[in-house]
Design a protein around this ligand. Structure first.
Ligand SMILES: [Zn+2]
Ligand SMILES: [Zn+2]
Ligand SMILES: [Zn+2]
Ligand SMILES: [Zn+2]
Ligand SMILES: [Zn+2]
Ligand SMILES: [Zn+2]
Length: 227
């Protein structure tokens, strides 16, 4: 969508058409940051579809080469609070995915917090999540383990003796997202898995895609089907 607006605006030098639908403005909306005009519904459509594609971030004005960031005030006046929340989560996912391992999600399911990964050569403080209060080791990303090194703690976790056998049993269908490291779980049948970061991952070869369509295309062409 953003791409479309960008290309087409090149042909339209005039400012008399909406950069997204290329038609006359309908219920014109002026962006706070750069003053460019759009149809209100076209902008809403652009923002709503942005949540489904990691490549949409950061969200910018699509008029010509403007690329001015769309400000929070605009997002607030254009989107319902549900859609705004969805967009925030998606932008956070995109942030984590593009940080290339510098940031990770709080490991609690459905918790949107992120933390900075510790340098492996320093003593690290735990990440205490402000949203769910879970304490996580910022080096090995397991539960915080005071007085034990990450290596020792992992050994303990992997000891087949411990009750953790049960923990492992339920975890056969678990892998890590190749981009953000978050635990992903395979659902029934389908080999397309969506990660917390908003990425779409091929379960078979852990190939990463920024939207579901690309992932499904990969599954069909490389693995002969989506299941
Ligand atoms: Zn329009
Ligand atoms: Zn602009
Ligand atoms: Zn949390
Ligand atoms: Zn650790
Ligand atoms: Zn991910
Ligand atoms: Zn694959």
């Amino acid at each position: 969508m953003a791409q479309m607006g960008y290309d087409s605006a090149e042909k339209f030098d005039g400012e008399d058409a909406c950069p997204i639908c290329l038609c006359e403005f309908e219920d014109a909306y002026q962006l706070e940051s750069c003053g460019h005009l759009f149809c209100r519904m076209c902008l809403v459509g652009q923002l709503e579809s942005a949540s489904k594609n990691l490549d949409s971030f950061p969200i910018c004005c699509t008029r010509g080469r403007c690329r001015a960031p769309i400000l929070l005030t605009d997002l607030r006046s254009l989107l319902s609070s549900d859609k705004l929340e969805e967009l925030f989560r998606a932008s956070l996912g995109s942030f984590v995915a593009s940080s290339r391992g510098t940031y990770r999600f709080c490991p609690s399911p459905d918790c949107p917090s992120v933390y900075r990964v510790a340098d492996p050569h320093t003593v690290s403080d735990p990440f205490v999540c402000g949203a769910c209060f879970a304490e996580t080791c910022t080096r090995c990303h397991l539960d915080y383990h005071p007085y034990l090194s990450c290596e020792k703690y992992l050994e303990f976790k992997e000891d087949p003796d411990v009750s953790l056998q049960d923990w492992c049993k339920g975890k056969e269908n678990v892998k890590s997202c190749p981009v953000c490291g978050y635990t992903i779980e395979k659902g029934e049948g389908c080999n397309h898995v969506e990660c917390k970061c908003g990425g779409h991952v091929c379960w078979v070869c852990l190939e990463f895609y920024s939207n579901s369509e690309d992932c499904y295309n990969h599954l069909r062409s490389k693995h002969g089907g989506i299941a």
